[in-house]
Design a protein around this ligand. Structure first.
Ligand SMILES: [Zn+2]
Length: 167
């Protein structure tokens, strides 16, 4: 319900049609590389945000925020589809077992988290695009541009750095 409300609100802003919400999300979730992992869209992840977001802290479950749903329904062009594919690939890599280091502000935290993110970005792009480098790069550019912030921090490296790795 709240998810639909977000999509409807964004449809007014983007001046796009918001028909067939459930069917379109179901179709978007059909990715060949997710196996048995469940993918859900939830307003409860960052529901007020107009930036796409995702998380994967529970085994077997990837959660995408309402803005991802809105973009897949309302925009649904090649950029959005590729960026979504890359995002799910990234989260699938987290499913394979890296972890987040919660201890505050030490060099170790930054090191461990960056290794996890590099693993997820690099592995995720391979999983999602199977060597189609141009598509992977476009997906990274879109995601980096649309994230709330894209810069190096304790938890994440700047996404745009991955481009140097995949090239
Ligand atoms: Zn990550």
């Amino acid at each position: 319900m709240l998810l639909k409300l977000h999509v409807w609100r964004r449809s007014l802003y983007l001046k796009r049609n918001c028909n067939d919400i459930s069917a379109r999300l179901k179709a978007a979730k059909r990715l060949p590389f997710v196996g048995k992992t469940r993918i859900i869209f939830s307003w409860f992840l960052d529901g007020f945000s107009n930036h796409p977001g995702a998380m994967s802290v529970f085994p077997g479950l990837i959660v995408l925020n309402a803005e991802w749903a809105a973009r897949l329904i309302l925009i649904d062009d090649v950029d959005v589809k590729n960026a979504f594919r890359f995002t799910v690939g990234h989260e699938m890599m987290h499913q394979l077992g890296d972890y987040t280091f919660w201890e505050t502000f030490t060099k170790d935290k930054r090191f461990v988290n960056w290794v996890g993110e590099v693993h997820a970005d690099y592995g995720g792009s391979k999983l999602a695009f199977e060597g189609r480098v141009e598509e992977a790069i476009l997906a990274v550019r879109y995601k980096a541009k649309e994230l709330k912030i894209d810069r190096d921090s304790q938890g994440h490296w700047s996404l745009i750095r991955i481009i140097h790795l995949i090239l």
